[in-house]
Design a binder for this molecule. Structure first.
Ligand code: NAD
Length: 494
């Protein structure tokens, strides 16, 4: 089958979408819709259903019925595996269409969207599909007259809430292992990036995921998200998003059925460059990509650059040069390296962070401005702010935009102290040719992942999650399966 071109896909009208409940689209109890703006040009793209409490109830009910009657939860593991493998194939075959739809919705540049969204989602479904019939329970070492079995039972109905920055990738990190373990899912995507995940629900139905097993309810966080997290019939919540919303989920859990909440939250990750880095030119190039790609809208972005005093000025000049060289523009143009900032409020918040940093004494080396492009829309120049102090807002607060805070340090102890001087603990990076120092830094940095002589990047085989106020859950790898099962003991008298 001929694949349509990016331009042809871009020109297609996007039909208004409803919720996906029990295997089909529904306009929702109230019929209310909300407008979706494209960050590419700031123009209306389509409408999605503005969900209500009744819609959440309908989706949770469908998920519960499906779970209890066993149409998926008790399907033979090989059967679930085949369905999810088929879903992975379908996603791959529609990769360009999914990626372009996602880009029109959230502004990520198309090369990255293809790799990190569409193909990554296919790979995630394939990975967890393959895990289904390789995931065993245990036999306890008991005396001979009893048999102690430890089962991994599915938890039931999983509520998932995801953000707008990588909806397909992050959504799949939750949906795929949840379905693999036999659960039913109700997903609430971000109100500003729902389209590609609705498409995944359609493809899941086409692949053979039974009705009611995977449902999507769109709409506002404070309505749909809150109702889902307060539901007495949702067994666990898995969440990726900001700290304040994560905090609310814990409150909702306490006010409802004490459901477990797994939170993947924000970060202010320190990328630390020692004077003995093996290749300072490479360190500058990779560190620039590590903060500026996707307009800095990456949870693990190396948004604080700590540079050893002896190389500070030269390194800041080099990273500034890289920042200025990025081609920022229309995310559906294959030559753009950085696409749009997700929304006007996000862009304005980023610009306010720059003004505030200057007010607190930081020095703007480059960027800090909105870029006006032919397409209109929301674009921001990669921004380097030097001389940022530990007490500054820019050092302590997540921007989630293309703004780098640079701070000098003296030695290893100073670097570790500065790296750990925020409430976050998501990621970190160390550039050094000294193996002993690399290990001491890995041990010393309080974070879920520490990169050495690189920044960003990883694959499905390793977990991603944070410590401190960056959260408590891990996506990816076989460890993620633990979230979606309960340990259940069978004690059998022989
Ligand atoms: P957000 O918290 O505003 O929204 C995330 C989701 O929560 C959305 O679907 C939103 O509708 C929903 N929501 C909002 N209010 C809610 C409420 N009261 N109850 C229930 N749900 C509610 O975050 P965002 O702006 O979409 O995403 C950016 C944030 O996500 C950043 O902080 C970023 O660091 C974080 N993030 C973390 C990771 C990670 O793996 N740790 C990955 C990507 C993004």
């Amino acid at each position: 089958m001929d694949q349509p071109s990016i331009d042809a896909l871009r020109a297609q009208a996007v039909a208004p979408r409803g919720h996906f409940i029990n295997g089909e689209y529904h306009s929702g109890e109230t019929g209310a819709q909300m407008e979706v703006l494209s960050p590419i040009d700031g123009q209306p793209l389509t409408q999605i259903a503005d969900g209500s409490l009744a819609d959440v109830d309908a989706a949770v009910r469908a998920a519960r019925v499906a779970f209890e009657d066993g149409r998926w939860s008790r399907m033979a593991p090989a059967g679930r595996k085949n369905v999810l493998l088929k879903l992975a194939d379908l996603i791959e075959s529609r990769a360009l269409e999914l990626a372009v739809l996602g880009v029109r919705d959230n502004g990520t540049e198309i090369n990255m969207a293809l790799k990190a969204e569409a193909y990554s989602a296919a790979a995630t479904f394939r990975y967890y599909a393959e895990a289904i019939d390789k995931h065993y329970g245990q036999v306890a070492p008991t005396s001979e007259d009893v048999l102690g079995l430890i089962h991994h039972a599915p938890v039931g109905v999983v509520g998932a809430i995801v953000p707008w920055n990588f909806p397909l990738m992050i959504g799949s990190w939750k949906i795929a292992p949840a379905l693999a373990m036999g659960n039913s899912v109700v997903l609430k995507p971000s109100e500003t990036a729902s389209l590609s995940l609705l498409k995944i629900a359609e493809l899941a139905a086409e692949a053979g995921v039974p009705d009611g097993v995977f449902n999507v309810v769109t709409g506002r966080g404070a309505v749909v998200g809150e109702a889902l997290a307060l539901s007495m019939d949702v067994d666990i919540m898995v969440f990726t998003g900001s700290g304040p919303t994560g905090r609310r989920l814990l409150e909702y859990s306490a006010r409802s059925n004490l459901k477990r909440c797994y939170l993947e939250l924000g970060g202010k990750s320190a990328n630390i460059v020692f004077a003995d880095a093996p290749d300072l030119a490479e360190a500058a190039k990779v560190s620039a990509a590590g903060i500026f790609r996707n307009s800095g809208q990456v949870c693990v972005a190396g948004s604080r650059l700590l540079v050893q005093q002896d190389i500070y000025e030269d390194f800041v000049a080099e990273i500034t040069r890289h920042a200025e060289a990025f081609k920022v523009g229309d995310p559906l143009n294959l030559s753009s390296q950085i696409g749009a900032v997700h929304s006007l409020p996000e862009l304005e918040a980023n610009l306010r962070f720059v003004t505030k940093a200057e007010g607190e004494g930081a020095e703007r080396r480059t960027g800090g401005d909105r870029i006006l492009t032919e397409t209109g829309g929301y674009y921001m120049a990669p921004t380097v702010m030097a001389g940022v102090k530990e007490t500054d807002t820019l050092f302590q607060s997540e921007v989630f935009g293309p703004v780098l805070a640079v701070t000098p340090f003296t030695d290893e102890a100073d670097a570790i102290r500065l790296a750990n001087a925020t409430v976050y603990g998501l990621a970190g990076g160390v550039w050094t040719a000294n193996l002993g120092r690399a290990h001491r830094m890995i041990a010393g940095i309080r974070a879920g992942v520490v990169h050495v002589n690189t920044y960003g990047g990883a694959d499905l085989t390793v977990p991603l999650g944070g410590v401190g106020q960056s959260g408590n859950g891990h996506d990816k790898s076989l460890h993620a399966l633990e979230k979606y099962t309960d340990l259940k003991t069978a004690w059998i008298k022989l």
